[in-house]
Design a protein around this ligand. Structure first.
Ligand SMILES: Cc1ncc(COP(=O)(O)O)c(C=O)c1O
Length: 471
């Protein structure tokens, strides 16, 4: 592809992207296709000769696009947000054009130093303790795995890196912790049986006294407690674990304290939400995802540690071919995590923070929280609806409840979810809370406004009425 050709299609694609980002509401939110429908339209073998960009782009629009679920849709209320924004998308274009491999300082000094600066901005925006140092990981799952590995090494004085794990180490997290905790525990060699799930209270937050009991019990059994993982904004209901009390227990018992704030962490940029970080001085490692609720397209996970030395000692490698004369003076982020090769992800974060400014970001996040509170009120006021969890940020958990048996209610709400998603106008997902089937309404998409939220609620109420009439 020559320069003029590139320019021609570049303009075309940017035109397409500009239209997509503003008109995405015209698509059904959730792809309506059946399994195999896309695959059946694609050739089994790669083309022997190159094809024209016109043809490839046409196929993108005709074959690929109908098979997409549109996460940027303003009526996206499912799972969690994975929002992007125009400045972030444009920065990605620059990142891809630069095509830099940012594994060490020398392979792109700007990438390493920008990452350092932007993560320090983020630390200040959230109000994490001074001195915590940040690095971008691909996902929160990876960050949590890094925390577990670092905790393992610290507890064993770096012996497990040398000799392998010799005795069981115990990890603690609440019943509501994300599945990445279990995955990390398995990958890091702790063993699933050494993960203790601690019960939660009526707000689905970890009960500190139960944590302490479990730690003491393990110590009495001669086991070695190692790491506690608390969640700020659990996946099912965005419950907030009490950082201060959990942190005190960790400090007292010498345990690594990791906080997973993947989704809700962004809320801490608001002065009125800073209280969720009370006790942050106890935190050893902390992750939140700008790729969820901070308008920075996937992937971009911000990981902060109190003691970078322990992190680096866990991961560092010194093959001859990566040594430079500058290693003592600079940050080589290859030693701050699992992967060697690193994308230039700080660029899009820098664009987003500069373009919106802290106040602009706060305004968007605050609006989502306002909308969630509005839905909460509607749920509480609507006959036959029940709020199923406190609304800590931008997620509302609710169900239809006309007093039938729990088993029948689960089925009723399953049908409600299905009927809503079949419309293609909205996309909701579910969870279970204490065995009860619950609909989740996440309001955190950059493009979501009050009008879409009102329309979605009207749809919920009308589908619920139809269901109740017919069953
Ligand atoms: C609390 C929490 N932790 C971790 C994750 C996993 O995030 P990632 O996809 O960045 O690994 C999620 C995703 O929903 C989450 O809600």
């Amino acid at each position: 592809m020559d320069k003029e050709n590139f320019r021609q299609f570049g303009y075309k694609f940017v035109d397409w992207a500009a239209d997509y980002l503003t008109d995405v509401a015209e698509f059904p939110v959730k792809s309506q296709l059946k399994p195999g429908e896309i695959r059946s339209q694609l050739p089994a073998n790669p083309p022997q000769q190159g094809e024209s960009m016109e043809r490839i782009f046409e196929d993108f629009k005709e074959i690929i696009l109908p098979g997409m679920t549109h996460w940027q849709h303003p009526s996206w209320f499912a799972y969690f947000p994975a929002n992007n924004s125009p400045p972030s998308v444009l920065a990605e274009l620059l990142t891809a054009s630069l095509g830099a491999q940012c594994m060490i300082w020398q392979t792109s000094p700007a990438a390493a130093e920008l990452e350092e600066v932007v993560l320090e901005w983020l630390r200040k925006m959230l109000g994490l303790p001074e001195g915590m140092a940040g690095v971008i990981q691909d996902t929160a799952s990876t960050a949590t795995l890094c925390a577990l590995l670092t905790a393992r090494e610290k507890t064993t004085s770096f012996e497990s890196n040398r000799k392998g794990l010799k005795e069981p180490l115990i990890v603690y997290a609440s019943d509501e912790a994300h599945s990445s905790v279990e995955k990390g525990v398995k990958i890091a060699g702790f063993g699933k049986e050494n993960l203790r799930y601690i019960p939660v209270d009526e707000a689905f937050a970890l009960i500190p006294s139960k944590l302490e009991e479990a730690v003491i019990e393990d110590k009495e059994r001669g086991l070695q407690p190692c790491c506690v993982i608390a969640t700020l904004g659990t996946t099912s209901s965005t419950a907030i674990d009490p950082i201060e009390s959990i942190g005190r227990i960790c400090s007292e018992h010498g345990l690594w304290f990791h906080v997973d704030a993947a989704f809700s962490g962004t809320a801490a940029i608001l002065p009125e939400k800073k209280s969720m970080l009370a006790g942050a001085e106890h935190i050893d490692s902390f992750v939140f995802n700008p790729h969820k609720w901070m308008f920075t397209n996937f992937d971009c996970s911000a990981y902060f540690v109190k003691d970078p030395g322990t992190l680096i000692r866990t991961f560092e490698i010194h093959p001859e071919y990566l040594k430079t004369g500058l290693d003592a003076q600079v940050k080589n982020f290859r030693d701050w995590g699992i992967q060697l090769g690193r994308r230039f992800r700080a660029l899009k974060l820098w664009f987003v923070i500069r373009f919106y400014g802290v106040e602009g970001l706060q305004k968007m996040v605050r609006e989502h929280i306002r909308l969630a509170q509005m839905i909460k009120k509607w749920v509480e006021e609507q006959e036959n609806f029940e709020l199923m969890a406190p609304v800590s940020a931008s997620l509302v958990c609710f169900r239809l409840n006309d007093g039938r048996s729990e088993e029948d209610l689960n089925e009723l709400n399953r049908r409600l979810l299905e009927s809503l998603n079949q419309t293609g106008k909205v996309f909701f997902t579910h969870t279970t809370l204490r065995g009860k089937y619950v609909l989740r309404m996440v309001v955190a998409q950059r493009t979501t406004e009050e009008s879409q939220v009102r329309a979605a609620w009207e749809l919920i109420v009308s589908k619920a009425k139809e269901l109740l009439k017919s069953s």
